[in-house]
Design a protein around this ligand. Structure first.
Ligand SMILES: *[C@@H]1O[C@H](CO)[C@@H](O)[C@H](O)[C@H]1NC(C)=O
Ligand SMILES: *[C@@H]1O[C@H](CO)[C@@H](O)[C@H](O)[C@H]1NC(C)=O
Ligand SMILES: *[C@@H]1O[C@H](CO)[C@@H](O)[C@H](O)[C@H]1NC(C)=O
Length: 769
């Protein structure tokens, strides 16, 4: 099935002229992918060669400028080029493709206990010594080095394998780095070219985090233990990263104008050189994920994976629509966001006595308890409460109900405050459903779900003098509402690039997460917010990704021989899909059950992942074979073949289709006459017993018959790896159903190795079996 590939192919070259941003005289920044193996030996380094390629271009009033030369995670360089220079480069036999530099965006603690790290004896913590000496690269907005989460007290000297650096600057002295924060670098050459050479005044061209996001994600992944941490009175307790003894290397790639591919690739390339073990990247494409060979994060992650590095990424906050997940390449660990069992409850009580439960992190003077006049923003000039759009004479001294959407939630409260309002009830609309996000509002405010919002709007409409008040109940850890539940914003599958790869892989805490913050801006991130806090509570798949990055570090330490694919497999097959109430995990966007296109294998279960029983492994050449099997051709696939040992991966592949790829989950696509598909899998026994028998259990989706062969796997000393085949038959007659879900579970009585099964039908699949 795999197309026969050889390097004698004539390269038909690709150039994507999409979204060119700040071009003057047509000059733009490009990533130029080259065949590393073509480097003539007279050049001592790839950057010499890249420079010479640029110098060989015809002379021009605009000589090309090289920004970065990449040689570890990928073979490429980035440069400022005129249109005629790009055309000339494309004719060069060593140039594979040119892609315009593009901006990505950031996907914006009690969680250890929720994850099952209930005490210091938790198996994964003790078996990994809290991830000691594992190095996590956090590619983000930089880091606030003075934060107590980056204290190195009790840590051993920096691991001898570390080859990175602490880049200093006036606002980032050498003392910024220590045994916890072992490296810090800033990448802005790409960003600068899009800003005409100047950063914004509030930004620092150093690794210092002036935005907060990078400090939050780094402390979530690997922050040291901090007692009595809180945001004002909220979430007080012990804050700690998932791998509290892992080391952090901060790579600042995101700036106020976004995170540019050229800078992201430079950081990934450097992280490989520096010797990191895990890359945590809470950044992704805006909108739909690009094709893998045009997606710089996918390309850089491939190179990192080839060096044994786990790349853990956020799925994005573009839910709840289908196919919204980004960072969906099979070699990436893709993480969605869910809730935990902690609430910051603030009730809205309306004049007729009804109480609507909401959430808030407001920390100032409370409202006086008596009822206050209540108005709807839609009657006061701005349904979404845009700043400057509310009529002061209508909102003065009143509580304003604002609709969610359009602008930042805290900005709505600020708009109400500036217009003279006394408080705000922020109400979801159908789009955001029942998902609640706690914010540290600048005025007394709470946020309620869509159902409560509708009832309060009705109440206002039908009352002669509507009133309300808000009462703040603080932090409640409680089994109600049940958790985890998937956030409405969490991006979802199906995977629109390779539908046979189920995405996201797992979900992890991403709603109302307490972690470290920058000293540069307030908790609301608004210029008008003068407050400064040590910890902040924010939400996003940006927050769930570093949880899993930290878990990957722990697993890596506990099982140094595990590949990135095995670590992913362990997390996916041990994840759970039930809330703490016993019910299926709810999707907060719909109020109904979530599914595998929303939560992948389910919520991570770290202590179970330590001992998964069986694992699904793959290596770099298997991914190449997969790309061929799903139809990737030259030249696109060349960007992944940096290593000549991968050149024959497609020819020698045993994959019949992309579905045979040894992924720990199943995504089945029926359609256009295809109503039977067969997927092959190979499992390796990594349990403590060499001789063990696993039996299969099948939960078949509706309209689908599943047959597993063999149904019993007998492992022994000589047979640690065994193969099985699954036949999926569509039983659909007539109209095509939506999506269906099930699972395939292997168990030896002790381990439960569960793979989710997701099935979709494309039009035209109407035969019965
Ligand atoms: C850069 O300069 C160009 C041309 O003067 C201008 O159109 C563009 O807005 C500038 N970009 C930024 C980010 O200042
Ligand atoms: C925790 O910090 C707060 C101030 O943020 C302080 O009032 C309180 O005494 C501290 N508690 C402990 C046990 O240190
Ligand atoms: C604001 O509301 C008052 C009272 O209804 C009205 O007289 C005034 O015209 C409104 N102002 C604007 C700018 O709409």
């Amino acid at each position: 099935m795999a197309a026969k590939l050889s390097l004698s192919f004539v390269f038909s070259l690709i150039l994507c002229f999409s979204s060119s941003s700040s071009s003057h005289d047509g000059i733009d920044t490009y990533i130029v992918h080259v065949q590393g193996s073509h480097k003539p030996s007279l050049f001592t380094s790839h950057s010499h060669w890249h420079n010479s390629l640029l110098r060989s271009l015809p002379s021009s009033p605009h000589p090309p400028t090289l920004l970065y030369s990449y040689s570890r995670a990928l073979h490429a360089f980035s440069a400022r080029l005129t249109p005629s220079q790009t055309s000339t480069l494309l004719l060069h036999p060593s140039v594979i493709s040119l892609t315009p530099d593009q901006a990505r965006e950031i996907h914006t603690t009690h969680t250890p206990a929720f994850l099952g790290f209930s005490d210091n004896n938790s198996p994964l913590w003790t078996n990994s010594n809290y991830g000691e000496d594992v190095i996590i690269a956090v590619l983000d907005t930089g880091i606030w080095p003075e934060h107590p989460s980056f204290s190195d007290s009790g840590l051993d000297p920096v691991p001898s394998t570390w080859r990175g650096a602490c880049e200093t600057a006036p606002d980032f002295p050498p003392s910024s780095c220590n045994r916890k924060l072992i490296g810090a670098r800033a990448f802005y050459k790409g960003y600068l070219t899009h800003r005409n050479g100047s950063t914004r005044s509030e930004e620092s061209r150093s690794p210092r985090d002036t935005a907060g996001h990078g400090t939050h994600t780094a402390s979530t992944a690997a922050g040291s233990v901090v007692f009595n941490a809180s945001l004002y009175q909220y979430a007080r307790g012990v804050a700690r990263g998932m791998a509290s003894k892992a080391r952090i290397a901060a790579y600042k790639i995101c700036w106020t104008g976004g995170c540019y591919d050229s800078d992201i690739l430079a950081a990934m390339d450097q992280a490989v050189t520096d010797g990191v073990h895990v890359i945590s990247l809470s950044v992704g494409a805006k909108g739909f994920a690009p094709q893998y060979h045009k997606d710089s994060i996918a390309i850089g992650a491939f190179g990192a994976m080839r060096h044994g590095i786990v790349v853990s990424c956020s799925a994005g906050n573009f839910g709840p629509g289908p196919q919204t997940a980004t960072n969906i390449a099979p070699w990436i660990l893709t993480v969605g966001a869910s809730t935990v069992d902690r609430e910051f409850t603030a009730n809205a009580i309306v004049g007729d006595g009804r109480v609507f439960t909401g959430t808030s992190l407001y920390a100032g003077e409370p409202l006086r308890d008596s009822q206050i006049p209540l108005v709807y923003s839609g009657e006061c000039g701005s349904r979404l409460c845009y700043p400057g759009k509310l009529n002061s004479s209508l909102v003065e001294g009143k509580i304003v109900l604002c609709d969610r959407g359009g602008n930042a939630r805290v900005e709505k409260g600020s708009a109400v405050k500036i217009a003279g309002g006394a408080g705000m009830i922020l109400a979801n609309t159908a789009e955001s459903g029942e998902e609640l996000t706690a914010d540290s509002h600048l005025l007394p405010a709470t946020m309620v779900g869509a159902k409560a919002g509708d009832q309060i709007r009705e109440y206002i409409k039908h009352s002669i003098s509507p009133t309300a008040t808000i009462t703040f109940l603080g932090t409640l850890i409680s089994p109600t509402p049940p958790s985890p539940r998937v956030a409405a914003f969490s991006s979802r599958g199906p995977n629109h690039i390779t539908p046979v790869i189920l995405k996201p892989d797992v979900i992890a805490p991403g709603v109302n997460i307490l972690a470290g913050w920058t000293g540069m801006i307030g908790p609301t991130d608004l210029d008008i917010d003068p407050r400064r806090v040590e910890f902040n509570i924010i939400s996003g798949t940006s927050m769930s990704c570093p949880h899993v990055s930290g878990l990957a570090a722990l697993l890596r330490k506990a099982h140094p021989e595990w590949s990135p694919a095995v670590i992913k497999s362990a997390l996916v097959t041990t994840a759970y899909d039930r809330e703490n109430s016993g019910e299926p995990i709810e999707d907060l966007a719909t109020g109904g059950s979530s599914n595998s296109f929303v939560h992948g294998g389910g919520h991570v279960d770290p202590n179970k992942a330590l001992d998964p029983g069986l694992v699904y492994d793959v290596e770099a050449r298997d991914y190449v074979a997969f790309l061929c099997a799903v139809g990737y051709e030259f030249p696109g696939i060349l960007v992944f073949l940096q290593d000549p040992s991968l050149y024959d991966a497609c020819e020698r592949s045993k994959l019949r289709t992309g579905g045979d790829f040894n992924y720990p989950s199943f995504s089945v696509v029926f359609g256009s006459g295809v109503d039977v598909v067969r997927y092959r899998r190979v499992v390796r026994n990594v349990g403590s017993d060499v001789d063990v028998v696993y039996e299969v259990g099948v939960e078949a989706p509706g309209n689908v018959e599943i047959d597993v062969s063999p149904r019993k796997l007998v492992f022994g000393k000589e047979s640690r790896e065994l193969e099985y085949e699954v036949t999926f038959k569509s039983g659909v007659i007539g109209s095509v159903p939506g999506l269906e879900f099930g699972s395939i579970t292997w168990t030896d009585g002790e381990h439960v190795v569960k793979s989710p099964v997701a099935v979709q039908w494309s039009q035209g699949s109407v035969q019965s079996f």
